[in-house]
Design a protein around this ligand. Structure first.
Ligand SMILES: Nc1ncnc2c1ncn2[C@@H]1O[C@H](COP(=O)(O)OP(=O)(O)OP(=O)(O)O)[C@@H](O)[C@H]1O
Ligand SMILES: [Mg+2]
Length: 368
C-alpha cells in the first residue's frame, strides 16, 4: 500500500537489496536482515532496522552508510534513521544431542605446540567479541596448566572451598579448573580423566545463566590429544582457530592441528600468527625476526584463511601476567586493534558457517 509520501515498503526493500553482504555474497534483504515491521515511512522520513548476524560485523558502519545513502535517494525522503542491530544465530549442529544449552557458537583456540600464545589469543579474542557487544564465555580446557585465572586477574583457587563455578570478569563469563585448585597444586591427570573434565566444564556448568551466550571461546591445551579430541567430540564446535608463531617448526606443528580438526570434521576458521614481528615499545618500529609471510603462505597451502598477525609486544605479556589483557588495558593500541580485527573475522566466519549449514539443511531432500 502506498503511503502519503509515495514511498512504499517495497521501494525501501528494493533500495536496500542493492547492499550485499561481503561474506555471504547475497543481498541483505534476501538474507532476512531487514525485519519488515521495522520499516516506518512518513513525512519525508524513513526508519529501518538492519539486523546483522553478529555485532562484530566488520562492515557494519559501511553498511549503515550505504543504507542511508540509498534511502535518501528515494523521492521526497529527507531524513533516515538506520538502526544497526544483531542477532547471533547458533551453529546448525548446536541443535544436536551434545549441544551446550544456551550456547550459540563454540570457538576453539588450538595449536599443536605449547607456548605459542593460545591462551593469550583466547582471552583477547573473547574480550574483543565482548567489546563489539556480543555475550561471551571463556572456557579453560587446559586442565593441567590452566592460565585463564591469571590472565583474567582472578585469584587462583578462588572457588577452592565452594566448588567450580562460572564467574564474570570484564563482562565475560569464565570457568577454569584453576578457580578450584589450591595455588601450587599440580594436577596429574590421565587421558580419560581429562576427557571427562572437559565434558564437565562444557555440560555441567550453567553457561546460559544470565542469558544465552553468543560465543563460547575454548582455550585448548597444546597438542592434539585428549582435551582437544574431547572438546571436538563433546560439543558442536562452530570452528577452530589455530595459533602459530612464524618459525618453521611451529608452522609444521600448526599443520598437524589443522589436520586433526579436519579429521574430527570441525571446520578450521583459519590461522593466527602470534609474535609474528617485534614491535618496538618505544618507537613502534617493526622488526621481522623470523622473516615475513610464513604463516600466510602456510594458510594458503593448507587452503585455510589467514586471520591476522599479532606482534611480539611487551604489553601483551605484561597484560597477561597482571591480569589486565591488552585489549582491556590498552584498548587504543595497535595490538588491541589487531585482536579486534581478528575477532571480527572469526565472527564473520561463524556467521558464514551457520549460513551454509542452514542452506545445506534447507537443500537436503526431505526424510521419507
Ligand atoms: N604477542 C605476544 N607478545 C608478547 N608476549 C606474548 C605474546 N603472546 C603470548 N605472549 C607470552 O608468551 C607466553 C605464552 O603465551 P600463552 O600462555 O598464551 O601460550 P599458550 O600457547 O597458551 O601456552 P600453553 O601451550 O602453555 O598453553 C606468555 O607469557 C604470554 O604472556
Ligand atoms: Mg595456554
Amino acid at each position: 500500500m502506498a503511503d502519503p509520501d509515495g514511498v512504499t515498503k517495497d521501494q525501501v526493500l528494493s533500495a536496500l537489496s542493492q547492499i550485499e553482504d561481503p561474506d555471504l555474497h547475497k543481498d541483505i534483504v534476501s538474507l532476512g536482515f531487514i525485519p519488515e515491521d521495522s520499516i516506518e515511512i512518513g513525512d519525508g522520513h524513513i526508519a529501518v532496522k538492519i539486523v546483522l548476524t553478529t555485532p562484530a560485523c566488520p562492515v557494519r558502519d559501511e553498511m549503515k552508510a550505504q543504507a542511508e545513502e540509498l534511502l535518501l535517494a528515494l523521492p521526497g525522503i529527507e531524513r533516515v534513521d538506520v538502526e544497526m542491530d544483531a542477532s547471533v544465530r547458533s551453529t546448525g549442529a548446536a541443535q544436536g544431542p551434545k549441544a551446550v544449552p544456551g550456547v550459540r557458537n563454540i570457538i576453539a583456540i588450538a595449536s599443536n605446540k605449547g607456548g605459542v600464545g593460545k591462551s593469550t589469543v583466547a582471552v583477547n579474542l573473547a574480550l574483543s567479541l565482548r567489546h563489539f557487544g556480543a555475550s561471551v564465555g571463556l572456557l579453560d580446557a587446559d586442565l593441567t596448566g590452566p592460565n585463564i585465572p591469571t590472565m583474567l586477574g582472578v585469584q587462583v583457587g578462588i572457588h577452592a572451598d565452594t566448588g567450580l563455578a562460572i564467574l564474570e570478569r570484564y563482562g565475560i563469563r569464565a570457568a577454569s579448573l584453576g578457580f578450584v585448585l589450591k595455588p601450587g597444586t599440580p594436577v596429574v591427570w590421565r587421558g580419560p580423566m581429562i576427557g571427562s573434565g572437559v565434558k564437565q566444564l562444557l555440560h555441567d556448568l550453567p553457561w546460559s545463566e544470565g542469558g544465552e551466550l553468543d560465543y563460547l571461546v575454548i582455550d585448548l591445551p597444546p597438542g592434539t590429544s585428549d582435551a582437544s579430541m574431547s572438546a571436538a567430540s563433546e560439543a558442536p564446535i562452530a570452528g577452530a582457530v589455530v595459533v602459530t608463531t612464524p618459525n618453521v617448526v611451529s608452522v609444521e606443528d600448526a599443520t598437524k592441528a589443522v589436520a586433526m580438526f579436519e579429521k574430527m570434521k570441525v571446520p578450521v576458521f583459519g590461522l593466527v600468527e602470534n609474535m609474528s614481528y617485534f614491535a618496538c615499545p618505544h618507537c613502534g618500529e617493526r622488526t621481522d625476526i623470523f622473516g615475513t609471510g610464513g604463516a600466510e603462505a602456510m594458510a594458503d597451502e593448507l587452503g585455510i584463511d589467514f586471520l591476522g598477525s599479532i606482534p611480539l609486544h611487551n604489553d601483551v605479556r605484561a597484560g597477561a601476567d597482571s591480569g589486565v589483557p591488552i585489549v582491556e588495558g590498552h584498548p587504543e593500541s595497535s595490538v588491541a586493534e589487531a585482536f579486534r580485527t581478528i575477532a571480527q573475522r572469526v565472527a564473520a566466519k561463524t556467521s558464514v558457517q551457520h549460513f551454509f549449514a542452514e542452506e545445506a539443511t534447507a537443500g537436503a531432500p526431505a526424510e521419507a
